[in-house]
Structure formats: C-alpha cells, structure tokens
Write a protein that binds this ligand. Structure first.
Ligand SMILES: Nc1nc2c(ncn2[C@@H]2O[C@H](COP(=O)(O)OP(=O)(O)OP(=O)(O)O)[C@@H](O)[C@H]2O)c(=O)[nH]1
Length: 587
C-alpha cells in the first residue's frame, strides 16, 4: 500500500504527488496502525532513517519524490500523514508555538517524549554509521514530514556542543531574541530587504542558534528544508546585524555577470567581457605558497633523486632506481616511465645531475598535467548553475564549497548553498558558517533528512531566488557504498527533474594526503555521481602530492582547483606548470 502511494507521488513529481492519491491510499494503510499499537516505540526509529536508505533504486526514486513533496509547504502533509497522523497535526501548531518564544525551552521538552530513544544516539555519535537508517527505506520517504519534529530535536541538540567554532553564537545569543521574534511572527520583516534576491523561509535561524530549537525550526516552514539567509541574523548573525539586511552578493559587487559562461579561476571571469584582472602580486605569493605546501613532497623526491645520481652515469640501474623513486612518490607508473624515457633518450650513458633529472621530470609532469589544468566554467544560462560536490568524508568538501562560494560571490555572482550532508550535524553547521562568511543563503534540514529531497528543494528555491549558482554539499560515507550510491544517484536523478542537465558540474574533492587510495576514490565517485571535475585538497604539508599526477594520468579529469590550506583564500586554480615545478623542486 505504501509503495503504491509513493509510486504515484513519484511519477507525478512533487506537486502532483500532493494531490489526492495520497489520501486514497493513505486510508488503506491499516497496517501502520496495527504496527503502532503493537510497538509504539518503533515509530521514532522509522522516522530517523527516513533519509534515503531505501537500498533499492526503486525505493530511492519514490522516496526522493515523496521527500520533496514533504518538503514543499504546499501539500506535504497529504501523503505522509498516513503513518504518523499524530505527528502531522502537531507540526502545524508547533511551529507557531516555538517561534514566538526563544524556542530553547520547548525544544528539549518535545524531543524527549516523541523521538524514539534509538534514533538520537545513532545519527549523532556516529553520523557515518548508516546501519540503522538504511533499513527503513520504503517508509522513510513518506514519513519525512512527520519525522521532522522528532528528528531535528535530538540531532541539533548535540550540534551545538559538538561545534567548537560556534562558541561565539551563545555569547551573542542574547541579542538574537529580538531579531528572531519578528521573523517568526512576521516573516516578511527580515526577508523583505532580501526579498528581491531570495524569498525564502527563515527557519534556519531557529535551528542554528538554538540547541533544541529543532522543533520550531523545522516546523516553522517547510517540513524539511530551511533557508538560512546570507547575512542576516540567523545563527552567527549575532554580529551581523548589519548583514541581516544586505541581501546576498548581488548588491555589493557591481559587476554582475550576465547570462553566459564565466570562468572561475582566481576570480570569476566573464567571457568576452572586461573583468577585473587579478593583481599579479598574488600570483607570485601563490607560487611560493604552493612550493611551500609541496615542500615535503618535493624534498623527499629531490633527496631520493640526488641519492641516485651522485657521481653516476645514466644507465639501466640508475633508470630503474629513478623509476622506483618516482613510483614511491605516488606519481604513478605512467609518469615514472615518461620521465625515465625522456631522460634516457637524451642523457643515456652520460653524467647526469639530480637537477637535470628534476628539470626533465618537471617538463614531463607538466605535460601530463596540462590537459587537466582546465579552468572551471559556469554556464550562467542555467539559473542556477548547479554544482554538486562529492567526495569521501573529510576530504574537504564543505571547506572547498566555502572557498568556492567566496570566489563566486566576490565575482558578483549570487550563490546559494545546500547542506546535503544530512548525516552530520557538524557538517550542516559548518556550511551555515560558510554561508555567513560568503553571504550566501543556506538551505538546510534536520539531521537525517532525505538529502535528495533537500537538494530538490534547494534547487527550487535557488530558481525562485534567481541565484546564479547553487552548490550542494553531500555526505561521503564511502564505508557503505551501496547507500552512498543510492543517495548520490537519487540526488542526481531528482535534480534532473527540474533541469535535465543538472547537476551541471559534479566536483569531487580529493585529499592528497590519502595517497594511492585517492585513485580508487575517484574511480568510485566518477562511476556513482558522474564526477566531471576535481579539486585536490590538502596539498599543503603532505609528502604525497605526487598523487595528483597519477590521478591526472589515469582519470584525465579536469583539476579545477587545489587547496593548500584551510583559509578562504587557500583555493587556487590549478596550474600545471606551477605544480610541476613546485613538486620537482625547480624554480
Ligand atoms: N590543510 C588543509 N586542510 C584542509 C584543506 N581543505 C580542507 N581542510 C580541512 O580538512 C578538514 C575536513 O574538511 P571538510 O571541509 O569538513 O571536509 P568534508 O569532506 O566536508 O568532511 P565531512 O563533512 O566529514 O564530509 C577540515 O578541518 C578542513 O579545515 C586544505 O586544502 N588544506
């Protein structure tokens, strides 16, 4: 029964699902009632897993749609209610209650009674452990709305304590009450100034600032996604009293790129138009930073090469030794052979200095990298141009999103961010912080929500807001490939409902410190999500920077940027020449 319902909803897309079918089929589901009667405690667990963990693709499809529908304020309650009729009713009223007040008190109360005990512990402590959630696929999609209330409460509560970086929020919290109060009651107030750019909901505020504000936050607006305005006083906003009004990026930067393609390098550059040219100075410092970042890789490589070519002519043995050194440096067999072949073709039988070897190595590495050193191009004819960011947990997805958003907003583009990693409260909060920094609205949901539903909702909101770019963060629980695959596939499929070409760019972040394992990661995500571009992160301080060369040689995917630090400006467009020289240790 539930499947039949879900299927209908899915086939017609978000809006249609809201229609009648839901009700008709809803009635039949007598099983749920029976189940509930038998085991009331199970309600909670079912909700939490709501996400995607359906397992089968079919389930994913249905679930995606359902979730989306639920998210949408228009008709979410229709279908979902079936299972959790009780929850549906409370949702409507709840939002009202919590909003007027600070929300801190109500939050703790609700979570305790409603949410089942098992759910809270699972998502929070071990966000990556999908075990429990995946098992309730079919029901999750539909229940999405209801779970909203119970799930968020438990999830967010831990969020605050977990995040060390958010300590500032509590301090300024006192100031927030004032701004918050008006929002819930009069939604219009805050959004108004921003209205032209982003007519979104402001629930995010509640969720972000209050530890237990979950209930209020999620209920306030759509069941799933919550929009966190760019500069306003959401969570961090405390200070940003000023930020609250200035809407996104659109206002400040004068040069607002028009529809068409733009190139994102050091800054956004619009084709065929005069754009501010980055000062040459930073280029120089950048190379120095690159060299410094790759110094460990370079020193180790140079040292080993010097050890081989000290007072030795180039012969088979030295060539073999060199090949071994290059392979151990993670450059890959292909590149190692290129270097040794190039060396042998001109210097065989002659005395060769380590510097000569490194110079030839730099030339050969540059040849391999030249083809992948491509600037990121955004097609602004898409409103928005959707960038899906994937990658294993901890590889730097969220940080890279923040850095990229900064580049885009500085270039005059309006950006919206979507916290698609719904399994880690910290990841959601981290993205919100980046949204604050870059004055980019963030679409988030409660912990454990359907990532695909969130992505869909964010896409719709970005369209409504007229955003130039929508960047979607995702979870990277490679530990469970089946779930990860289902989730990413579902996200891509759902986005395609709004735009067959979306996502327009699928970026994968690759942690250089992982060495050879990075090769497999690219292989996996390329197959799962259709990765069409890479960002190599953490090249600073690693002795395994050579892996970038191996990845380039094997996958031949564009490397748009490289990260050499955690700061907002530590993301630079990839330069084959600079990288080759830096890692080879030649000027
Ligand atoms: N040194 C260095 N650290 C980086 C770089 N990029 C990201 N980091 C750090 O790596 C850690 C993980 O980064 P995240 O952006 O949270 O990675 P993620 O892939 O979003 O991780 P999950 O949220 O767990 O999925 C953070 O401490 C970042 O500050 C980089 O280029 N260099």
């Amino acid at each position: 029964m539930a499947f039949g319902f879900i299927k209908k909803v899915f086939s017609f897309g978000k809006k249609e699902a809201v229609e009648q079918p839901a009700e008709d089929e809803v009635l039949p589901p007598l099983n749920f009632d029976a189940l509930k009667a038998l085991r009331p405690a199970e309600e909670a667990p079912a909700e939490t897993p709501s996400p995607l963990r359906g397992g089968s693709i079919d389930e994913v499809d249905r679930g995606g749609v359902v979730a989306e529908l639920e998210v949408t304020p228009s008709g979410p309650a229709d279908h979902l209610p079936l299972k959790e009729g009780e929850e549906t009713a409370p949702q409507t009223p709840q939002p009202v209650v919590p909003e007027p007040k600070p929300a801190e008190q109500p939050v703790p109360v609700e979570p305790a009674p409603q949410p089942a005990p098992p759910e809270e512990p699972k998502p929070e402590p071990a966000p990556e452990v999908p075990a429990p959630e995946p098992e309730k696929p079919a029901e999750q999609p539909a229940p999405a709305p209801s779970p909203v209330e119970p799930e968020p409460a438990p999830a967010e509560v831990p969020v605050l304590p977990e995040e060390p970086s958010v300590p500032e929020v509590p301090e300024e919290v006192p100031a927030q009450p004032a701004p918050l109060a008006p929002e819930p009651t009069m939604r219009a107030p805050e959004p108004e100034p921003v209205a032209p750019a982003i007519p979104l909901h402001l629930e995010g505020k509640v969720a972000a600032q209050r530890p237990g504000g979950v209930v209020g936050s999620s209920d306030a607006t759509p069941s799933v996604a919550e929009t966190i305005p760019p500069g306003p006083s959401d969570h961090l906003p405390l200070k940003g009293g000023e930020d609250a009004q200035p809407s996104p990026v659109a206002e400040a930067p004068a040069p607002k790129p028009s529809a068409g393609k733009v190139t994102v390098q050091k800054k956004v550059e619009q084709k065929a138009e005069v754009v501010e040219v980055a000062a040459p100075a930073p280029r120089q410092s950048w190379f120095q930073r690159l060299r410094q970042g790759l110094s460990r890789s370079s020193k180790e490589l140079s040292g080993n090469i010097a050890g081989i070519f000290t007072k030795r002519k180039l012969d088979e043995d030295t060539l073999q030794d060199l090949e071994d050194v290059l392979i151990r440096a993670d450059l890959g067999v292909e590149t190692a052979l290129r270097v040794t072949d190039a060396l042998a073709s001109t210097r065989y039988g002659k005395d060769v200095s380590d510097h000569e070897v490194r110079s030839i190595m730099a030339v050969e590495i540059e040849k391999v990298l030249t083809h992948v050193a491509v600037p990121l191009e955004l097609d602004l004819s898409h409103k928005p141009h959707v960038i899906l960011v994937v990658g294993v947990n901890g590889t730097g997805k969220t940080t890279t999103i923040g850095k990229l958003a900064a580049k885009l907003t500085e270039g005059g583009l309006s950006v919206m961010l979507a916290a698609g990693d719904t399994f880690r409260a910290a990841a959601i909060e981290q993205l919100k912080i980046w949204g604050e920094r870059t004055k980019s609205p963030v679409i988030a949901s409660k912990l454990g929500a359907d990532a695909a539903g969130l992505a869909y909702d964010a896409f719709e909101k970005a369209k409504e807001a007229g955003s130039d770019v929508l960047i979607i963060d995702t979870a990277g629980r490679l530990q469970n490939k089946t779930e990860l695959m289902a989730e990413l596939e579902k996200i891509v499929r759902v986005l395609g409902k709004l735009d067959p070409e979306a996502p327009h760019t699928v970026l994968q972040t690759v942690d250089a410190t992982t060495g050879q394992n990075a090769l497999n990661q690219v292989e996996i995500f390329r197959n799962i999500a259709g990765v069409n571009g890479l960002v190599m992160t953490k090249l600073d301080g690693t002795a395994r920077g050579g892996i970038l060369v191996a990845i380039a040689a094997k996958h031949k995917l564009p490397v748009y940027f490289i990260g050499v630090g955690e700061q907002v400006d530590d993301l630079e467009p990839f330069s084959a020449s600079d990288f080759a020289k830096a890692i080879a240790g030649v000027a």
